[in-house]
Design a protein around this ligand. Structure first.
Ligand SMILES: Cc1cc2nc3c(=O)[nH]c(=O)nc-3n(C[C@H](O)[C@H](O)[C@H](O)COP(=O)(O)OP(=O)(O)OC[C@H]3O[C@@H](n4cnc5c(N)ncnc54)[C@H](O)[C@@H]3O)c2cc1C
Length: 459
């Protein structure tokens, strides 16, 4: 029984948003039934994205629909509002929300009142003012980007195979990835592996004709799996003819030429930007305290520091790491913390509503697993280092156990099993992004889409 009626507003439907709402609807079942509690989740998409599966979705090993979790089905006792929170006035407990309906009616944002706020909008790609990046770059944080990139890579192979211009062919077959964290390394590893396999179905393309480049500003890649495994990954990627350029930055990609700080120039139609994340800009549109880096300043109980009835976790929150040897360390922005913080956050809201003491979030990072393509991987978990097939297998087993809902686990497992029995998928369905092109042509409208016109090249 809660002390008084509570309206809980959850901002974000990602790891923290979904798991917190799930925890709350399980633990407050009776209160929800009696109408003492009301949970609203506001999120731009009606699904949660299991981001660690994006590289495999890009490689075609998992269907895009199976890397996302339908929020309306999972959060069946919550109100799911598809929209964006644009600002929050916590002093008066209101959030401004835009939805498709507000846009259609030409209205400004709608105000939603709340008693408890869970702020979990995650992070966005950390970009730099590099010439050409906004026009030609593509990120790797969403399922749309992952599938767009897959289609784009195969389409570039089609262009290279059909052009007579060697300069066009070279640019089409050059793929530049900027940022050597797990998003960049896994995306590159999986896509290169997929492209290498796909090349065998082209009469005039060989894997050696492709140029895959990883640009990393620091002296190491994949810090998540430790220094030794990072070095191993560099060696493995170089053995696959991938150029790994450490201590190197992208200076420009204007006019579709990637210019690096070491002077190298790569004409290319593909620049994938995975050089880290920064806190979501929504945080700056609130009256809540932020760290100099722009994350919400939180306590180890996952309250927003110095405020009442405001909670946060995940990429958006600077949560003290109480297990760290060095005081002042915050938990890193990753799924491992986000999921566990969401559980504590959900429990703490229930404690607060019932007038009970709060729990402290304490989790020691156990390490990471990363896939580098089919049957290739690298891992460091509980101090144990794994390479090659065992690491790849562990990567799959771990993420299968983690992906939310039994339904998704069964579908992903079925897909992996089938892909082990049959050949890999090698088609680009880029035309899905232009469903009216065929009809427009038939009706005498605009000519069909030309992929080279697309600034991001992801037609
Ligand atoms: C390709 C890739 C691979 C990764 N692999 C791993 C891995 O192997 N292991 C690991 O530990 N971590 C991994 N991560 C990191 C991990 O996915 C993030 O740390 C985790 O998603 C953070 O959870 P979150 O809830 O804070 O943010 P998110 O899961 O990003 O959720 C944020 C949510 O807020 C919503 N939102 C955004 N703006 C608004 C708004 N204005 N109003 C309302 N809602 C909004 C978003 O749509 C989204 O639903 C990976 C990330 C990427 C991109």
């Amino acid at each position: 029984m809660v002390k008084e009626r509570a309206r809980i507003l959850v901002v974000g439907g990602g790891y923290v948003g979904m798991y917190t709402a799930l925890r709350l609807q399980r633990r407050l079942k009776q209160e929800l039934r009696r109408g003492e509690v009301d949970i609203t989740v506001v999120t731009p998409d009606p699904y949660m994205t299991y981001q660690p599966f994006l590289p495999e979705a890009a490689a075609g090993s998992i269907s895009p629909r199976h890397v996302v979790v339908p929020l309306r089905r999972v959060l069946d006792r919550c109100h799911v509002v598809v929209g964006e929170v644009t600002s929050i006035d916590h002093a008066v407990r209101t959030a401004a929300v835009t939805t498709l309906a507000t846009a259609e009616d030409g209205r400004a944002a709608e105000l939603i009142g709340y008693d408890e706020l869970v702020l979990a909008p995650g992070s966005v790609s950390r970009t730099l003012p590099i010439p050409g990046l906004a026009e030609y770059g593509i990120g790797f944080k969403t399922v749309e980007e992952a599938i767009g990139l897959r289609n784009h890579v195969i389409e570039q192979m089609d262009i290279a195979s059909s052009t007579r211009d060697p300069a066009v062919r070279d640019a089409a077959l050059t793929f530049v990835f900027v940022g050597g964290g797990y998003a960049g390394v896994e995306a590159l590893g999986e896509l290169e592996d997929m492209a290498r396999y796909t090349a065998r179905y082209y009469h005039n393309l060989r894997p050696e004709d492709m140029k895959w480049v990883l640009v990393e500003a620091s002296g190491r890649i994949l810090p998540e799996v430790g220094e030794e495994m990072g070095r191993y990954t560099v060696t493995q990627l170089r053995r696959r003819n991938i150029q790994v350029l450490l201590d190197t930055r992208l200076d420009s990609c204007a006019d579709r030429v990637a210019v690096l700080s070491d002077g190298q120039r790569f004409p290319t139609r593909t620049v994938v930007w995975t050089a880290g994340v920064k806190p979501h800009p929504l945080l700056a549109a609130t009256d809540l305290p932020l760290t100099p880096q722009g994350r919400l300043r939180c306590t180890a109980e996952l309250t927003v520091d110095g405020t009442e009835h405001a909670w946060a976790a995940g990429d958006a929150a600077a949560v003290p790491d109480v297990t760290a040897a060095e005081p002042g360390t915050d938990t890193a922005p990753n799924a491992q913390h986000a999921v566990r913080q969401a559980a504590v956050l959900g429990d703490n809201i229930v404690h607060a509503l019932r007038g009970e003491p709060l729990e402290t979030y304490a989790h020691r990072y156990v390490g990471s697993v990363a896939s580098l393509g089919l049957h290739k991987g690298v891992a460091q978990v509980y101090g144990r280092r794994l390479k090659g097939y065992p690491a790849w297998f562990m990567h799959r087993a771990y993420h299968l156990s983690r992906v939310p809902t039994f339904n998704r686990k069964a579908r992903v497992l079925a897909e992996w099993t089938l892909s082990g029995l049959f050949k890999r998928e090698i088609v680009s369905l880029g035309s899905l992004e232009h469903p009216r092109a065929e009809f427009e042509l038939a009706a005498g409208g605009k000519p069909p889409h030309d992929p080279s016109d697309d600034p991001k090249g992801s037609s």
